[in-house]
Ligand binder design. Structure first.
Ligand SMILES: [Zn+2]
Length: 121
């Protein structure tokens, strides 16, 4: 991958990272707000708990995605960005544009997903 493309993806990753951090900050502040007012009604409390679990799950997803972004940025630094971790081929540019943290090419990803489905049976 040439320098211009790497710079483009680096920019994309940094923007995504910033947006996630912003989202995480908002998630955290809404979590602490909820902690202050617990409704007396049990049904309300149950839905509040569900809402909190939802937020925590999002936060977990954000955390994982941020880690993936950091990994991708590291790859840009050491020159391995855009290379499939499984087969060593270049990952399709269109795929990277849609998902800049992708670490497998589309073919390997499909194979992995097929394997996962088999294991779940
Ligand atoms: Zn591959």
């Amino acid at each position: 991958m040439d320098k211009e493309k790497l710079a483009y993806f680096k920019e994309l990753l940094l923007k995504q990272r910033e947006a996630l951090l912003e989202q995480a900050r908002r998630t955290m502040s809404s979590l602490s707000q909820e902690g202050e007012e617990v409704p007396a009604d049990l049904a309300d409390r149950a839905s509040l708990e569900a809402g909190r679990n939802f937020l925590l799950r999002i936060r977990d997803r954000e955390r994982k995605l941020i880690a993936k972004i950091d990994e991708a940025l590291q790859k840009i630094e050491n020159g391995t960005y855009g290379i499939c971790e499984l087969c060593g081929q270049e990952i399709e540019e269109e795929r990277l544009k849609a998902r800049p943290v992708a670490s497998y090419c589309i073919e390997c990803k499909r194979r992995l997903e097929a394997l996962e489905k088999l294991q779940k049976r």
